[in-house]
Design a binder for this molecule. Structure first.
Ligand code: FAD
Length: 413
């Protein structure tokens, strides 16, 4: 006999979990089926030899509007990074710090050698619309690189900004929507990112813990077929009839199940290293602003300086991130170590590799024009959500789950 339910949510990433908890709060009967062995989707954390390692370096910014609205950030015990960047220059390491959040570093920032008045003016011209408080005109969005060029942001400061944004957007061609980049600028200016005490996966776990029907893990949906006024859903060993289905899978699997074009995705390679001595006492991201960077890394950080819970007492955890993608050779472990040594100006000889995460499908492309708030409807009444329907971020995934819940609540039972 085929079991039945009101709403089936396929996928227990942030979008699916947010959707499920809102539906449940509205009194609907919801089941969540998840292909993987745990909740979280692209936000997973492993414990390895006493270290916490996230599957690909990422951070939580508490200033995201959706995080403020739906996440109990206090319960996550966020451990913040320093508000700024440690910048590799030709012959030195400099600090560029947020003047308000890191007042003690103002002098160092002014003396960094990176703040040439024309470059600073260009950067401010570029970033100003992020704080203008009005919506930008439709049709005015351009690729990020074009917007930065047009604003006149150049030189070493521009290269530091480019490297920082490449690590956030996971592309270094400046092809992402400038409107999306400006949304992120606003969030970075108003909140300092950090890592939860129990790792990034504590975020989706917090959402999952509020569900009264636990997520059914290790259950990969194989097909979703309209059948009369409901759906027949099959997994390897289960069948379910659901009045409504929310497809909250990642962009690639969503396209496979719903029958659309499989989208191109951006990838990242994260190495996690353990060391007895921290290569730097700085708790900020390190970026390379030289005209010819010393290797493939878009950023690196001593994670345990910012988030002590990520390493056992007396040890240190370091992450390095490099982009992956077509037409770009995959960096070798030696390339990574060489560039890390150069970025920190320290030897990596005593570092042990804790984990290496190759995340080829990390983020969907987000070219201009920014198309947040995309229609959620799929074939025959399927509701589709996920970061690919909103913006490629934690905020976008949560908002999209919320919109999917509203779409279901607006339909007849
Ligand atoms: C390395 C990395 C770094 C990032 N850094 C940041 C950052 O610093 N800041 C930020 O805001 N965002 C960042 N992101 C993006 C952010 O993590 C994602 O936008 C967000 O987690 C996407 O959530 P989602 O629910 O839309 O999709 P997903 O997390 O992909 O969830 C989809 C779920 O559906 C499941 N699924 C797929 N197919 C099926 C099936 N057939 N049956 C059942 N289940 C299925 C998957 O297993 C998965 O659990 C990063 C992402 C990565 C990978």
């Amino acid at each position: 006999m085929t079991a039945a339910c009101d709403v089936l949510v396929v996928g227990a990433g942030l979008a699916g979990l947010q959707c499920a908890r809102e539906l449940q709060a509205a009194g609907r009967e919801v089941q969540v089926w998840e292909a993987s062995d745990d909740v979280g989707g692209r936000i997973r954390t492993d414990r390895v030899d006493g270290f916490l390692v996230d599957r690909g370096f990422q951070v939580l910014n508490p200033a995201y509007p959706a995080v403020r609205r739906w996440v109990d950030v206090e319960a996550l015990a966020l451990q913040s990074f320093g508000a700024g960047l440690r910048v590799r220059r030709q012959d030195s390491l400099a600090v560029l710090a947020h003047p308000v959040r890191e007042p003690g570093l103002i002098l160092q920032t002014l003396r960094s050698g990176l703040l040439h008045p024309r470059a600073v003016a260009g950067l401010l011209r570029w970033a100003a619309p992020a704080f203008a408080g009005h919506r930008r005109h439709r049709g005015s969005d351009v690729p990020l690189r074009q917007a930065l060029d047009r604003a006149g942001c150049a030189g070493e400061l521009r290269r530091a900004v480019d490297q920082f944004l490449a690590g956030v957007l996971l592309e270094d061609e400046g092809s992402t929507s400038n409107d999306f980049a400006l949304q992120l600028v606003r969030v970075f200016a108003t909140g300092v990112p950090g890592l939860p005490r129990d790792g990034m996966q504590a975020l989706p776990r917090q959402l999952a813990d509020t569900l009264t029907t636990p997520v059914r893990t290790s259950t990969r949906v194989e097909s979703i077929n309209p059948d009369g006024d409901s759906f027949l859903v099959t997994a390897a060993d289960s069948r379910l009839r659901a009045s409504h289905v929310v497809l909250a899978a990642d962009p690639v699997n969503a396209a496979r199940l719903a029958g659309g074009d499989v989208p191109a995705m951006k990838g990242v390679l994260t190495h996690w290293f353990a060391a007895d001595t921290a290569p730097s006492a700085v708790d900020m991201l390190h970026v390379d602003a030289r005209a010819h960077p010393g290797g493939p890394l878009v950023n690196a950080a001593v994670i345990s300086n910012a988030a002590p819970s990520y390493a056992p007492a007396g040890r240190h955890l370091i992450q390095t991130s490099a982009l992956l993608g077509p037409g770009r050779p995959d960096p070798t472990d030696d390339d990574v170590r060489r560039h890390a040594a150069d970025l920190f100006s320290a030897s990596t000889a005593g570092w042990d590799l804790v984990a290496r995460h190759e995340v080829r499908q990390a983020l969907p492309l987000q070219p201009p024009p920014l198309r947040s708030g995309q229609p959620m409807g799929g074939l025959s009444g399927l509701v589709i959500c996920g970061d690919h329907r909103e913006t490629a971020s934690i905020n976008g995934a949560l908002v999209s789950g919320h919109r999917a819940a509203l779409a279901i609540l607006g339909r007849p039972r």
